[in-house]
Ligand binder design. Structure first.
Ligand SMILES: Cc1cc2nc3c(=O)[nH]c(=O)nc-3n(C[C@H](O)[C@H](O)[C@H](O)COP(=O)(O)OP(=O)(O)OC[C@H]3O[C@@H](n4cnc5c(N)ncnc54)[C@H](O)[C@@H]3O)c2cc1C
Length: 449
C-alpha cells in the first residue's frame, strides 16, 4: 500500500506494480498529483551536496528523457507488455542550468561531484555569463539582504561567474507527470482509491508489523474527514509518501522515535512575471547570491522562487495545521522574490498584483529526503522531500521498490546500507545517504539540498 498519490507516491506505486506486487494507493484528493506536486516549479538540476543525491538527480534526468517509454513500459523499460499510449505526456525542457557562484555552495565540491558522476559542465567567468545570459547583471550582492533595506540596492563592487550544465531544465507540466505515472500504474493493475483519508495504521499486537489501514471518505472542499466510508484495507507493506502531511502518518504508525532527522512543513510561494516575454529563455538560473531561482515557463512567462534567504522570515507550519495554511499569495513574498530577480535582470517588469502559487515543503533538518524503512516492521517512508525532489521522482520509484524488496528479503539496511545500481548511468547509489538515522550529510541548508 502506498499512502499519497503525488509524483513520488505514484512513481513508487508504478515500480512496485512492475515488480509483481498487488498495490493499492490511497489519496485524500480526487486525482493524482494534487498535493505539493501541483505547485512544484519542477526544476531539473544536479547541484546537490552528496554524491548519492547528485546521482539520484542524474539518473532521473535520463529517465525523464525517456519519459514516454518509462510510462508505457516500452523500449528499454519493456519487460512488461507495453501500456496503451496516454493522450498526453509531461516533457523535459532540456535547456540547461546556470548556478551562480555563492559562498554557501562550494564550486570545488560541486565540480568534484560532477566529475565523479560524469556530468558535463562549463565554468563561466562573469564575461561569459553576460554573453550567455543576455541582460543579466553579474554583480555580487552576497550576503542576502531584505529587499526593503537600503543595502539591498547598494552597487556591487565585484562580479560573479557560474557553473553551467548543458543538461537540466524543467518539466513542463508537473501535475501531468504524476498523472502519467498513476495512469500507467493503474493500467498495469494498481488500485487507486481517491477521496479517501487514511486515519489509522493497524499493527499486529504481537509482532508490531503493519497489517493494514483504516480509511474514511474525505471532503476535498472542507478538507475534512467524513464519518462515512469507513473501511479496513489489509496490507503487509505500507509506504508513507504523504509529503507535508508525512509526520501525521508516521505518528499513526508509531514511527519516528529513532529518526535523527527532524521534519517540519514550510509554507512557500512561487511567483511569475510575464513582461518582457521570454526574459529568461534559458538556461534556468540558480541565484543564491540574491536568494532566488528562476526558470522560463510555457507562454514566455518567468517563474521565480526563493532559496530561503536568511534575512527573510520563514513560514514554518505545525504538521496538524497544514490544511489551514493560507493558500493566497502575499505581497511581502511577491516583492521579496520579484525584486531579487529584477536586481539580476534590470529589464524585468514587476506586475502590480502577485501572480503565482503557494505550496508547502516537507523540510528535513538537512534538506535531504528520507527514503528508508522504519523501526515499525513493514512501514516505509519516502518523505522530507524538502522542496527539491520532484526531479528525482522517476528514480525514487526504482530505489524504493528495490529497498523494500531487499529489506523484506532480510537485508539489514540500518547496519549494512543497501546500494542501488542505476539502470541508465550504471553508477551505484548508497541508500544509507537517505537513512532516517543518518548523521553525516553536510548540505547547503537550503532548498538546493
Ligand atoms: C512551491 C514548490 C516548488 C517546488 N519546486 C521544485 C523544483 O523546482 N524541483 C524539484 O525537484 N522539486 C520541487 N519541489 C518539491 C516537489 O514538488 C516535491 O518534493 C514533490 O512534489 C513531493 O511529491 P510527493 O509525492 O512526495 O508529495 P505530494 O505531492 O505532496 O503528495 C502527497 C499526497 O498525500 C496525500 N495525503 C496526505 N495525507 C493523507 C492521508 N491521511 N490519507 C490519504 N492521502 C493523504 C495528499 O492528498 C497528497 O496528494 C517544489 C515544491 C513546492 C511546494
Amino acid at each position: 500500500m502506498v499512502i499519497g498519490a503525488g509524483v513520488i507516491g505514484s512513481s513508487i506505486a508504478l515500480q512496485l506494480t512492475r515488480n509483481g506486487h498487488q498495490v493499492t494507493v490511497i489519496d485524500r484528493n480526487p486525482a493524482a498529483g494534487l498535493g505539493s506536486t501541483s505547485s512544484s516549479s519542477a526544476v531539473v538540476r544536479f547541484n546537490y551536496s552528496t554524491f548519492d543525491a547528485v546521482m539520484l538527480a542524474w539518473e532521473s534526468y535520463f529517465l525523464w528523457k525517456e519519459w514516454k517509454s518509462l510510462i508505457d513500459g516500452s523500449g528499454s523499460f519493456g519487460k512488461n507488455p507495453a501500456n496503451e499510449s496516454q493522450p498526453h505526456y509531461a516533457q523535459l525542457e532540456d535547456i540547461g542550468c546556470a548556478m551562480l557562484d555563492v559562498p554557501v555552495l562550494s564550486n570545488e565540491k560541486t565540480l568534484g561531484l560532477f566529475d565523479k558522476a560524469n556530468i558535463p559542465y562549463e565554468i563561466w567567468d562573469s564575461k561569459t555569463l553576460k554573453v550567455r545570459m543576455p541582460g543579466i547583471d553579474a554583480g555580487k550582492y552576497w550576503p542576502n539582504k531584505p529587499v526593503k533595506s537600503d543595502e539591498f540596492w547598494h552597487e556591487a563592487s565585484e562580479e560573479l561567474g557560474a557553473i553551467y550544465t548543458p543538461a537540466g531544465g524543467y518539466i513542463n507540466d508537473p501535475l501531468l507527470a504524476a498523472q502519467n505515472l498513476a495512469t500507467a500504474a493503474s493500467n498495469e493493475g494498481a488500485i487507486f482509491r481517491y477521496r479517501k483519508a487514511v486515519t489509522k495504521i493497524v499493527k499486529d499486537s504481537t509482532s508490531g508489523r503493519v497489517t493494514g489501514v483504516e480509511i474514511f471518505d474525505f471532503d476535498t472542499q472542507d478538507k475534512s474527514v467524513l464519518t462515512s466510508g469507513a473501511e479496513f484495507i489489509a496490507a503487509d507493506v505500507i509506504v508513507n509518501v504523504t509529503g507535508p502531511w508525512s509526520t501525521l502518518i508516521n505518528k499513526m504508525a508509531g514511527a519516528g522515535s529513532d529518526f535523527t532527522v527532524e521534519l517540519k512543513p514550510l509554507r512557500t510561494e512561487v511567483h511569475q512575471i510575464s513582461t518582457p516575454k521570454n526574459i529568461l529563455p534559458g538556461p534556468i538560473l540558480g541565484d543564491l547570491d540574491l536568494g532566488t531561482y528562476a526558470r522560463p515557463a510555457p507562454g514566455g512567462i518567468t517563474l521565480i522562487g526563493g532559496t530561503e534567504p536568511e534575512c527573510d522570515p520563514m513560514d514554518w507550519v505545525e504538521p496538524g495545521d497544514i490544511d489551514e495554511v493560507n493558500m493566497t499569495r502575499t505581497v511581502q513574498v511577491f516583492e521579496s522574490q520579484t525584486y531579487r530577480f529584477a536586481r539580476r535582470f534590470a529589464d524585468a517588469q514587476i506586475p502590480s498584483t502577485p501572480a503565482g502559487v503557494v505550496g508547502v515543503y516537507d523540510v528535513s533538518s538537512d534538506w535531504t529526503p528520507i527514503y528508508d524503512k522504519t523501526d515499525v516492521p513493514g512501514f516505509y517512508v519516502a518523505i522530507g522531500t524538502s522542496g527539491n525532489q520532484f526531479k528525482n521522482a522517476p528514480a525514487v520509484g526504482f530505489i524504493m521498490a528495490h529497498l523494500i524488496q531487499m529489506v523484506e528479503d532480510g537485508a539489514d539496511h540500518d547496519n549494512q546500507p543497501i546500494t542501488y545500481k542505476c539502470l541508465k548511468t550504471e553508477h551505484s547509489i548508497d541508500l544509507g545517504t537517505f537513512s532516517r538515522k543518518r548523521t553525516g550529510n553536510t548540505t547547503s541548508g537550503t532548498v538546493m539540498g
